[in-house]
Ligand binder design. Structure first.
Ligand SMILES: [Zn+2]
Length: 54
């Protein structure tokens, strides 16, 4: 349920209207567009580590 942050572009994405989702390290990420999902899938650790740094 609820709203998630697209880890690629930082947009808020509702899980019901997300263009895509990926699971990485047992976390599910939601994307505003197929393009963001593709970027994430190519290099997921880049986006996950940015989030963890804060
Ligand atoms: Zn996005």
């Amino acid at each position: 349920m609820g709203t998630h942050t697209d880890p690629v572009c930082g947009m808020k994405v509702d899980d019901k209207s997300a263009a895509g989702q990926s699971t990485y390290l047992n976390n599910t990420y939601y994307f505003c567009s197929q393009g963001c999902k593709t970027k994430f899938d190519q290099n997921p650790q880049q986006y996950v580590s940015q989030k963890a740094a804060s």
